[in-house]
Ligand binder design. Structure first.
Ligand code: A2P
Length: 275
């Protein structure tokens, strides 16, 4: 199977000048080990150039191994990891991540959730950037008021806010607030961790467009220029999920998907806080 560079041509510029590929592979809930190594390697072989992991996932070693085994040069890959906020020192933890990943620097380092308040970790995140451990810094699971607090207290505006985002959780007010502040909203759980693949509206649109339900849900994001990080450990699904740049959803199809939102366009980053 030949690698298709299409997936890596579509990037979203960040406010700090770095470029985030619109499509990435997510590895949440993939155990450290061969399954994770293979998923990362396959994704890179198939043309993905963006991998998203986290300290809390416990699989950074395998992500690093998958990158090395793929043979794709490190500088071609956008690599994200996230600060586990039950620890104290973001810069020291970044250094540990680099060791586990076997790289000199990540491209994006994110506060995984605002545990203990939104601002305490930010000076350490800025320090991690100054020390060259990461090129960009951002946050995840932050509401608008939490973003505001970080912006007021910090010297660097978060480059991204990674949140659960798909037609069923179309957080319009949060998206608008991010856009207004130059923060790129990045979508995790774009398939609803698989739950939304059986939805009748999604399936009708998939049939009408000759695509799969997963491709329809992912296309809904990238058509809005929203970076998306679907998780799969199956090669054929990783392949399927990258084929989203060669078709367009009509305005009516986008509107029908928008109508699935159950959050009433919320400004909140999540319905239930787990910390
Ligand atoms: P698997 O890893 O076994 O392939 P999300 O990205 O929203 O978290 O969703 C991930 C879930 O959706 C995983 O359970 C994954 O299963 C499944 N999945 C990912 N891509 C596809 C696909 N193209 N078709 C069916 N299921 C998929």
């Amino acid at each position: 199977m030949t690698a298709d560079p299409a997936a890596d041509r579509h990037v979203r510029p960040l406010a700090d000048g770095n470029q985030l590929p619109l499509l990435g592979l997510g590895v949440w809930q993939v155990p450290n080990g061969p399954e994770c190594v293979n998923a990362v390697r396959w994704a890179l072989e198939l043309g993905y150039r963006h991998i998203d992991t986290a300290q809390a996932y416990g699989n950074e070693e395998s992500v690093g191994q998958g990158i090395r085994e793929s043979g794709v040069p490190r500088e071609e890959i956008f690599l994200t990891t996230k600060f586990f906020p039950r620890h104290q020192d973001p810069a020291a933890e970044a250094q540990r991540s680099l060791r586990r990943l076997g790289v000199d620097q990540v491209d994006l380092y994110i506060v995984h959730w605002p545990q203990g308040g939104p601002i305490w970790a930010w000076p350490g995140m800025e320090q991690a950037r100054e020390l060259g451990y990461t090129r960009s810094i951002g946050v995840s699971n932050f509401d608008v008021d939490e973003l505001e607090q970080v912006i007021s207290a910090g010297s660097v505006v978060p480059a991204v806010n990674q949140v659960q985002f798909n037609p069923f959780v179309y957080r319009r007010a949060l998206l608008d607030a991010c856009e207004q502040r130059g923060i790129v909203l990045e979508a995790y759980s774009p398939l609803g961790t698989g739950r939304h693949l059986g939805n009748p509206t999604v399936n009708q649109i998939a049939e009408a467009t000759g695509r799969t339900p997963a491709q329809v849900l992912l296309r809904w994001c990238v058509q809005r220029n929203i970076p998306v990080i679907p998780k799969s450990t199956h090669r054929e699904r990783i392949d399927e999920n990258r084929r989203i740049f060669d078709f367009t959803l009509s305005d009516d199809e986008m509107t029908a998907l928008d109508g699935l939102d159950r959050t009433h366009g919320t400004a909140q980053a999540q319905e239930r806080k787990w910390w």
